[in-house]
Design a protein around this ligand. Structure first.
Ligand SMILES: *Cc1c(COP(=O)(O)O)cnc(C)c1O
Length: 378
């Protein structure tokens, strides 16, 4: 079997055709030419599009190399998250969600409860999910979690969930399929926002669901058709183009994230430092077991004294944009408390490491820490 980089540059692409581009251009079609009985895969644009198919094959090859899986692409990560939850659970079912996951999950919770679904919550770390599985239909995991970078043992929780008759979905956004393969670890669904590291340029919103069971996949696909939440062909094409560099980006960004975390470890003004790749981090032991290739993601989180200090730090950075989201080739950071949706301290920084030279980036961060301290006393 070929390596991740080799797979990434060819994923989902057709055999080369003379005088044709290696990545076929986006197909813009609301409907297709359908003489006779409409038996082909492409009939109406809301159901299928060849540009989606290429991208979906590519993601499937990365999530589960060499296996028959189905991937269904969505126009955003939340489109994918909602598609799994709303296609799998019915009124009267119970689901277990993380209470420290992506900040829009509470909105999904409200929706589920409005539809008569019982929602139970547990923190990502600590195995508290185990006590909530009895009678549950679906266990939702997000690991590493955003923004807290907690990690849970997917295999262990999936085994327990299956024994209790529950399905398991894992939000694989932060790790990307090169950093973690949830289906191999026992999950029924690997779900992600491709807006982040998967596409990596901060220029496209995307989501996907990959699963092995064709019937489950058909339910997700039917949900997409029903809700009509479909990806534009241009976005699908752009995302597919980005996958060729996935391994380069993920490896570089993960290595620099670790270097940054190590540099921050020695700083007295930094508390609550988290990065799953950092030896000694509470997530490290499980992350090493279930994540792949030393790819622990590009996010480092830490806490500065208070809001003012965090804002001064962000303003003092010169190579890092103050922006939300993560996973892009340009480093970004934000004071996560600005949104009000996460249970984090006022001075909590979520830092997304880009593809800059590691020495430049680390120097910029350390300089900005110094500069933000001076402003306080000066
Ligand atoms: C960003 C994010 C999402 C939502 O993705 P969008 O593409 O913004 O809709 C879901 N899960 C996690 C872990 C995320 O970081």
């Amino acid at each position: 079997m070929t390596g991740d980089g080799t797979r990434a540059v060819r994923a989902g692409l057709p055999e080369p055709v003379p005088y044709e581009p290696s990545l076929p251009g986006p197909v813009f079609a609301a409907h297709y030419h359908l003489p006779g009985d409409p038996v082909g895969p492409y009939t109406y644009g809301r159901d299928e599009n060849p540009t989606w198919t290429g991208l979906e094959r590519a993601i499937g090859e990365l999530e589960a190399p060499g296996e028959e899986v189905t991937t269904v692409a969505f126009p955003s990560g939340m489109g994918a998250v909602s598609a799994v939850l709303l296609s799998q659970v019915r009124s009267g079912d119970a689901v277990v969600l993380p209470d420290d996951g992506y900040q829009a999950l509470p909105l999904v919770r409200e929706r589920l409860e409005a539809y008569g679904v019982e929602v139970r919550t547990a923190p990502t770390a600590g195995d508290a999910q185990l006590a909530l599985l009895d009678g549950a239909k679906l266990l939702w995991l997000e690991t590493p979690s955003n923004p807290g970078l907690e990690v849970c043992d997917i295999r262990r929780l999936a085994d327990a969930a299956h024994a209790a008759g529950a399905l398991v979905a894992v939000d694989n956004t932060l790790a990307t399929p090169l950093g973690q393969r949830p289906l191999d670890l026992g999950a029924d669904f690997s779900v992600a926002s491709g807006t982040k590291a998967l596409t990596g340029h901060g220029d496209v919103l995307l989501g996907y669901v990959t699963c092995r069971d064709p019937e489950r996949a058909a339910e997700v696909r039917r949900w997409r058709k029903t809700a009509g939440a479909i990806l534009g062909p241009m976005e699908a094409w752009l995302a597919h183009r980005s996958l060729a560099t996935l391994q380069l980006r993920v490896d570089r960004q993960a290595a620099t994230a670790l270097a940054l975390a190590e540099a921050l470890r020695g700083r007295p003004e930094v508390t609550g430092l988290r990065h799953p790749g950092l030896p000694g981090d509470p997530s490290h032991a499980v992350a090493v077991r279930q994540m792949r290739g030393g790819r622990f993601g590009c996010v480092v989180s830490f806490v500065l004294a208070d809001r003012a200090r965090a804002e001064r730090f962000l303003a003092a950075l010169s190579l890092v944009d103050d922006a939300t989201s993560f996973g892009g080739v340009r480093s970004t950071a934000e004071r996560r408390g600005r949104w009000g949706g996460d249970a984090v301290p006022e001075g909590f920084i979520r830092f997304s490491v880009g593809a800059e030279d590691p020495e430049d980036l680390v120097a910029d961060v350390l300089r900005a820490l110094d500069a933000s301290a001076e402003a306080a006393t000066g």
